[in-house]
Design a protein around this ligand. Structure first.
Ligand code: SAH
Length: 371
């Protein structure tokens, strides 16, 4: 945990209140957030419009950066993955995705950032590397916001869209997620439109409703990956807690409160969920809440045995959706090599440093051969 609270996770309102206690004006608080978020200074000394005494007081009470870029892999025209070292020695990944491979905004935007919300993950989805070594801790709002700040510095560019699709379950880190969204969205903050932020969830139904009640016009993506409880149970343990009926009840609630279209993510895994019976059920599911579907060919994870289906099988699955009039994309992005390592860079790094033990390979789980 950061020794001092980072200003990247503080709101203007909070800073104004603190400044009032310090006998400083509201105007000074505005100047500070301008240095922090617009000018992006990395040291309090550089806040040259403030008195030396105030700069020193700020430095005694707050920090401005708590992570450093450990490695950057990939290339500018495909995807670039940043491995960030946190203050407590842990690591998270954050991924820059240029427009050609980004699918989550309605417009053709230039740069999307995929951020992490937790170190590790407790949800244990059977296809995912992030949960392999279990859950370590929530990220603070400041650590979520700092991923954007660090990535924009590496890219020497502004990020247009944010997707909460990195490590962790964002809805299990609810208060910090909501705070991060506020800072990312604010005029005095990072200034990213709410419609340009997508929260992706494994389907934590009660939290979906809570988010519908309070968050601004952000987008929601559901990691569905199975169109029946039978199949989804095998892939995502969360489905036993919140089965499809409960999830869809929450999605209906979301739709009643939000205009943004829902997205279903559906990883295609050979002989697990790629049967055409599942495709036909998925049509019904998508129609029920007017969702669009992103089909994602499975990326192999070290230690997991599942495989990506052939392109012919992927196409056949997509055809069923398309012919039923469900808007569906089949993502065959470049940069598969680096995407394949999703969540694995951090595992490798933490294993090498002896922070975690090498995750034990899991048993293969298969169900019938589909239709
Ligand atoms: N916990 C949230 C956020 C994590 S993002 C959630 O479940 O939505 C999860 C997404 O990462 C999945 O929906 C999928 O799109 C992607 N993903 C994870 N592991 C993958 C793999 N092995 N192959 C392809 N995509 C994967």
């Amino acid at each position: 945990m950061p020794a001092l609270p980072s200003l990247l996770g503080s709101t203007l309102e909070e800073l104004t209140a603190t400044f009032a206690e310090w006998g400083e004006s509201k105007f000074r608080a505005k100047q500070v957030v301008d240095w922090v978020f617009a000018k992006r200074v990395e040291s309090f000394e550089d806040m040259t419009t403030l008195s030396k005494a105030l700069r020193e007081k700020l430095a005694e009470n707050y920090s401005l950066r708590t992570m450093r870029v450990s490695t950057v892999t990939g290339s500018e025209d495909t995807t670039r993955k940043l491995l960030l070292r946190l203050e407590d020695g842990r690591f998270v990944e954050t991924v820059l995705i240029p427009a050609s491979t980004s699918l989550y905004g309605e417009r053709a935007d230039r740069l999307t950032l995929c951020v992490s919300s937790q170190v590790g993950c407790a949800y244990d989805c059977k296809f995912c590397a992030s949960g392999l070594a279990g859950f370590t801790r929530n990220l603070t709002a400041a650590e979520i916001v700092e991923q954007v700040v660090q990535a924009e510095k590496v890219a020497a560019d502004r990020v247009d869209n944010i997707v909460f699709m990195g490590m962790g379950e964002p809805l299990a880190n609810f208060s910090q997620l909501v705070r991060a969204i506020e800072v990312l969205n604010a005029d005095w903050g990072i200034r990213i439109g709410a419609r340009r932020m997508t929260v992706s969830t494994s389907g934590v139904a009660p939290q979906i409703k809570k988010l519908a009640d309070i968050a601004p016009q952000i987008r929601l993506a559901i990691s569905l990956h199975g169109a029946s409880d039978e199949v989804r149970d095998l892939i995502m343990p969360v489905n036993r807690k919140y089965p499809l009926a409960e999830l869809f009840e929450a999605l209906t609630y979301w739709k009643q409160h939000r205009k943004q279209r829902l997205t279903f993510e559906y990883i295609l895994i050979e002989d697990v969920n790629d049967g055409l019976d599942q495709a036909r059920l998925l049509v019904k599911r998508a129609r029920a809440v007017d969702a669009k579907v992103n089909l994602i060919p499975y990326n192999t994870v070290d230690g997991l045995e599942w495989k990506r289906p052939s392109e012919a099988r992927q196409d056949a699955f997509w055809d069923v959706l398309n012919q039923a009039g469900v808007q569906a994309t089949l993502r065959r992005e470049k940069g598969h090599d680096i995407a394949a390592a999703c969540g694995q860079l951090r595992l490798k790094q933490e294993t090498e440093l002896g922070i975690i033990e090498s995750p034990i390979p899991q048993k293969r789980i298969t169900i019938g051969s589909g239709s």
